[in-house]
Design a protein around this ligand. Structure first.
Ligand SMILES: Cc1ncc(COP(=O)(O)O)c(C=O)c1O
Length: 304
């Protein structure tokens, strides 16, 4: 049964979901001074219990963003960890949930203002993609990926999603499900909201960390699962044309999970159906996030 979120945590206080407030002229909104994490918690089908997937890794990345943004007196990792747990427990979800944890500048001020810092944590239902089985139609975007010395993709800032949004809108206007973005040098980067993998001759390849990607928790998970499943992995720069000749392509991220890409620029990927290695990794991902395997128990934080 679909649950609804009725309570949100703002600056450590549980309040009705619709009552969360921030001033329209706050620096967080006016200049996009905000960093966030998208996290998922999954139900184990045998126990009916929820656990948060790779919570610590998300909290570490958020800390990196907070440091980079030079925020004054930010909430500690312990406070934010508790905020995630409180947001879930307050809503007593009976199904998987998606958690948005955001730290922003709450006060008004100039572009360079570094405080007052506020934070919010919401646990909400989120549908899974309808493209899990059929796969995505992707188009290589004419928009270029934001680069490290202008607007670093490594920092999960809300403002980065302006670039992702215009590429996504262009892709949809052109009839695709998702854009694939290239770096300024023309190498493959990622999509607007997920990392990208391809499979060539059985080797599982993903653009290297210096390809203007978000250092994705799911990407790291998939690399580990691929190695455990006996595949050779490569993190390296990748050419655009490799996308067209790859046997398989898929995207991954907390929100999108693991989705096959079945066409790029209207050219079929492989035989135009989700690839066998993609499906194997999708199944391995599903069992590790849900805890239907005992492997990687440390990746799952039980919700009390
Ligand atoms: C641009 C971008 N790349 C990659 C990802 C995947 O990151 P993660 O696996 O940590 O969710 C996301 C997820 O939000 C994203 O927005």
């Amino acid at each position: 049964m679909a649950w609804t979120a009725h309570t949100i945590i703002q600056n450590g206080r549980a309040i009705p979901f619709e009552d969360a407030r921030i001033h329209p002229l706050s620096v967080g909104l006016a200049y996009g001074a905000a960093v966030f994490e998208g996290i998922r918690a999954y139900i184990n089908p045998a126990t009916g219990r929820l656990s948060v997937f790779r919570l610590e890794e998300h909290l570490i990345r958020l800390d990196q963003g907070i440091k980079f943004m030079r925020f004054d007196d930010p909430p500690s990792r312990d406070v934010l960890r508790q905020g995630v747990m409180d947001a879930i427990m307050a809503n007593a979800p009976d199904d998987d949930c998606y958690i948005r944890l955001q730290v922003h500048i709450e006060s008004r001020g100039s572009m360079a203002t570094t405080g007052t810092v506020g934070w919010v944590c919401a646990a909400i239902p989120r549908e899974r993609s309808t493209k899990r089985e059929s796969g995505l139609a992707a188009g290589v975007s004419s928009w270029v990926r934001i680069s490290d010395n202008t607007m670093p993709a490594r920092i999960k800032a809300t403002a980065n999603y302006h670039a992702g949004r215009i590429a996504t809108q262009q892709a949809k206007a052109d009839g695709y499900d998702t854009p694939i973005l290239l770096t300024r040098e023309g190498k493959v980067s990622e999509t607007a909201g997920a990392c990208l993998f391809m499979v060539r001759d059985g080797v599982v390849i993903t653009p290297a960390r210096d390809s203007d990607i978000l250092e994705s928790v799911t990407r790291d998970t998939v690399l580990e699962l691929a190695r455990e499943n006996g595949f050779t992995t490569q993190e390296r720069r990748a050419d655009r044309t490799e996308l067209y000749v790859a046997d398989e392509v898929f995207v991954c991220g907390t929100g999108q999970e693991l989705l096959p890409v079945t066409s790029i620029d209207r050219l079929a990927v492989g035989d135009g159906k989700p690839g066998v290695i993609t499906l194997r990794l999708q199944a391995a991902y599903e069992s590790v996030v849900r805890g239907t395997t005992d492997a990687h128990a440390a990746w799952r934080t039980p919700v009390a």
